[in-house]
Design a protein around this ligand. Structure first.
Ligand code: PMV
Length: 313
């Protein structure tokens, strides 16, 4: 038996960090994908092969003993082969850069949950999402589940801590140019530094949250109208708020300046401190924006919104 699934990566368009304190964030799936193929095998083992390494273990190991980024796959395989009298082989192929805030681990969990569970039964997207979030918790205990949700359903999504997720049904037509700072970042330590900023600057932080909330409300309307110029202005404005939080640095600022010089607007996506930035473009300025980054030797690529989400074969 063989089963295959693929899931898109994601960017946070608006609201990172503020979302931790109750502000709404807007995320979208992008057309960079991870594909997972799962196969039942006769030997009693779980074998995972990927471009970041391999893992081969017998079933029923304590999950906390598995010190590997492939841990979520082991978790899923081990859970799903219970009572099935079979081993499992998993192949992972990815065109998503790893560990730079583009949701590679969530995409792994979603495609992994789909490919492995569908070896045994037809599983709904809702069930797959639930399994994927469980698997993601084996590496990020406090995940909100927002990344796995947008990877599963695709498109654009609003997320807030209290109300959860709401899929935005509009399909704006833009390209994002994503540039990678190649600085590794730890989401947890940057989230901690924002907490410290908040504790030292309660009034300023609360003012910023109000401004960010208003900005995200305005954005929902602009997405509906596909008003790319105003969306670009909001992206630039959101970046100014992130700068105040202290999550930017000289390299990211330089990259944002390059992005802003040719596109409609540019900002950090995700935790900051490193990782990626994106610039909002359409056909009129996509090539110029890409060239501007390339001429300055930055690793960049362009993406569109992925409206498909999880795909199974
Ligand atoms: O680095 P990423 O893309 O996983 O984004 C983290 C987003 C934060 O808002 C900074 C943290 C969070 O849990 O929402």
């Amino acid at each position: 038996m063989k089963s295959k699934a693929s899931s898109p990566a994601k960017v946070i368009l608006f609201g990172e960090h503020f979302v931790v304190y109750g502000v709404k964030a807007i995320l979208c799936a992008i057309n960079k994908r991870i594909t997972v193929t799962a196969e039942t095998i006769q030997e009693n083992k779980i074998s995972i092969k990927s471009n970041i390494g391999n893992l081969e273990l017998e079933p029923n190991k304590e999950i906390s003993e598995i010190n590997s980024p492939l841990r979520p796959f082991y978790y899923l395989a081990n859970k799903l082969i219970k009572n099935q009298n079979t081993g499992i082989q998993v192949y992972v192929e990815s065109d998503i850069p790893l560990g730079v805030g583009l949701g590679s681990s969530s995409a792994c969990c979603v495609a992994g949950a789909a490919a492995i569970s569908r070896l045994f039964k037809r599983t709904s997207k809702e069930e797959i999402l639930k399994l994927a979030i469980e698997a993601e918790r084996t590496i990020f205990e406090n995940t909100s589940g927002a990344d796995c949700t947008v990877c599963t359903y695709g498109g654009i999504m609003e997320y807030d801590k209290k109300k959860g997720f709401n899929k935005i049904k509009y399909e704006p037509n833009f390209h994002l140019v994503i540039a990678n700072s190649e600085i590794e970042h730890s989401t947890k330590s940057i989230v901690d530094s924002v907490k410290q900023f908040k504790e030292k600057n309660e009034d300023e932080f609360s003012e910023l949250c109000k401004k960010e909330s208003k900005l995200v409300e305005d954005v929902s309307e602009l997405l509906k109208e596909n008003n790319i110029i105003e969306l670009g202005n909001k992206i630039t404005e959101n970046q100014e708020y992130l700068e105040v939080l202290g999550i930017s640095n000289e390299k990211l600022r330089k990259m944002i300046q390059i992005g802003q010089s040719k596109s409609f607007g540019a900002k950090i996506t995700g935790a900051g401190g490193g990782g990626c930035i994106f610039a909002l473009t359409n056909e009129s300025n996509l090539e110029q924006t890409m060239n501007e980054f390339k001429n300055k030797n930055y690793d960049c690529f362009s993406v569109k919104i992925d409206f498909k989400g999880l795909d199974t074969f």
